[in-house]
Every structure is written in C-alpha cells, then in structure tokens.
Design a protein around this ligand. Structure first.
Ligand code: BMA
Length: 333
C-alpha cells in the first residue's frame, strides 16, 4: 500500500499511478465518461458464469484485486475473487469464495451479491448483500484475497448496500446501508451506523431519502466514499419506476466529513444513466450500478466500476474537481 498523503488536489488518499484511465473524449459534455472498450468483463468469462457485474476492485500489491458478483449458470448469486495487472483485463477465480468462521451459524452460505471492498488500517474488509433468512449485510476480512474470515452480519435482515467508510470516524467504524424488504424493494433510504468493533452496530442516523425523477423510488450507496477536502464524495445509485420496470442511474453527494449523515450537496440530475446498449439490454435492462472506484489522489482521477444491465461490468471515469463542481452546481440542497 502507498502511504496516505494530503495534497493540493481535493482528494485525501493514496496514489495509484497505474490505475486504468482514458481521457474524456473531445466534445463530450458529461462529467462521467465511459471507457471506450466497455464492457471490461464479459458475462461468460468463466465457463459457468451467467453474468459478472456489480463488483468491487481495490489496488493490491502494485496490481489490482477484487471481489466479483458472478451469477452462475444455475442463476445462483456468488462471490468470486478476481485479479488483474491493469484493472482492465481480469482473471476471475472459477471457484466461489469459501468463507471461514468457527461459528457454523455464521459460516453457512446461502447467497451473496453486490460486494464492496475497502482497506481499513491493516486489512481489507468485504461487505455484501448476504443471504441470512433474507438479504442483510455480510462482513468479512482478508489480507491476501485467498483466505476470507466471515464475521457477524452487521445488521438484521432486510438490508442491502452496506458500504464502509475507509477509516474510523470518531474512533468508530462507520457504514452506510439501505434497509429494504425481502423482494424487489419499492422504497429505500440511506442510513448511517457506527461500531466500536465491526460487530455491534448502532448510533443509526438517517442520511438521504429518494427525491425526484431518476432517484424517486429508492437510493443506495455505491462505491466506498471518497474523502475530499470538500466532504465525503459519495457516488450512489437511484431508481426510477417506469411503466416498464425499475431504471437504475447514479448520482453523487457530498457528506460532512465528521458527521456524514449530514448531506451538504446532492445532485439533482444523474451523473450516469443506462444509455449504451450493454446498459440497456441484458438480464435486467436499464441498470447502471456502481460498486467500486479507484482514486489517484495526486491527479484527482477516479475510475468507477459499475454493473451494466445485471450482466457485464463496465468502467467509467471522472475527475474529482469536475465532479465536485458538478455536484455543487447541480445540487438539490
Ligand atoms: C438490486 C440489486 C442489484 C441489482 C439491481 C437491479 O435490488 O439486486 O444487485 O443490480 O437490483 O436488478
């Protein structure tokens, strides 16, 4: 891992000089632009993968590693490790992750999806939507992406989109989540919780509710929040209910650095919505679903990994200064 630095750019974090990147196309007016070779991961990279999409990526030993949502050809939702030298060309372990726990109740596995991965202090933590009598927030840690230690579920069912902050706040681990129901939840607000030990969670605070248009039905945190001098930059997904079903887009917000349940700015327009063929056509049409970002603090470059139509994985880019300016200039707050 690189050391943490505070530089003149707005991001407070590490340097990832070899992160995937492509400059914004000439004449493109959006604040988030797609990689020209999208999708980066096809649905059938492994012989028994039906789809590889909402997935998490982090820098690891000078290269990249991650946890990938792979729905198999039985259409069971599984988590697999992936590795890459460049963040674009991936090897995905054909075997799903086997989690270790001394407690058989915790060790049991139903299903897992929508992983997020973050480095906190001395290890990587993985959170995901974990099947335990319905969806809830699973937590595990690893140091090597080979052995994963499963911990207690963070919260009771039903909950999804558990996203950890990359450092303790006020001495406590901090998490965003989205209480839900057992199905295709037609509601959803983002809440904040904290924990002294990554096991007992409380101090629950409301962060954001759905609002208008693309985010009128439900919202959920996306990638790990990015620490900036302007606040926590949170990319989140929002859902519109059309006459043809849900449409998943993404926006961004700035949260207070010390009390992240306080929203400072929040975009009224989306920053990315399903428009390309691979985002509009697939197992679930019209879905962009960001779960991870790579952030290079010195240059302010951000690479966003997102699921496309619940089928393939895409990559998009943004520049932190531009994104923060956009959030402020287009805020509904
Ligand atoms: C959500 C989650 C995501 C999925 C999205 C669209 O409820 O299940 O994994 O991408 O629906 O189907």
């Amino acid at each position: 891992m690189s050391c943490t630095t505070l530089l003149s750019s707005a991001i407070i974090g590490t340097s990832i000089p070899n992160m995937p990147w492509e400059d914004k196309p000439m004449g493109y007016s959006g604040v988030v632009w797609r990689y020209s070779q999208n999708p980066v991961i096809p649905r059938n990279l492994n012989p028994d993968s039906n789809s590889i999409f909402n997935s998490a990526v982090v820098p690891f030993n000078g290269e990249f590693a991650g946890v990938f949502r792979c729905d198999d050809t039985r259409r069971m939702q599984q988590l697999h490790v992936g590795r890459s030298k460049d963040g674009i060309n991936w090897w995905i372990d054909p075997q799903r992750i086997r989690f270790y726990s001394d407690d058989p109740e915790i060790a049991r596995w139903e299903y897992g999806y929508d992983p997020r991965v973050v480095w906190i202090e001395d290890r990587f933590y993985l959170t995901w939507c974990n099947g335990y009598h319905g969806p809830t927030i699973g937590v595990a840690w690893t140091k090597d992406f080979e052995t994963f230690h499963k911990m207690e579920n963070a919260l009771l069912p039903f909950n999804r989109n558990g996203v950890l902050f990359p450092r303790k706040l006020g001495g406590k681990y901090a998490m965003l989540s989205r209480p839900s129901d057992n199905g295709h939840t037609p509601f959803g607000d983002i809440f904040y919780s904290e924990s002294p030990d990554m096991e007992h969670w409380g101090h629950h605070r409301h962060v954001m509710s759905p609002s208008i248009g693309w985010q009128a039905t439900k919202i959920g945190a996306g990638p790990i929040p990015i620490e900036t001098t302007e606040g926590w930059l949170l990319i989140y997904h929002g859902v519109l209910t059309s006459c043809n079903g849900f449409v998943y887009s993404a926006g961004a917000a700035l949260l207070d650095l010390d009390e992240p349940w306080k929203v400072i700015y929040r975009t009224e327009p989306y920053i990315i919505s399903p428009q390309e063929l691979y985002e509009c056509v697939g197992d679930v049409p019209n879905v962009v679903f960001p779960c991870a970002s790579l952030v290079d603090a010195p240059s302010g470059r951000i690479a966003i990994y997102y699921g496309c139509a619940d089928t393939v994985t895409g990559l998009a880019f943004a520049h932190v200064d531009e994104l923060i300016d956009f959030v402020k200039a287009n805020s509904q707050i």
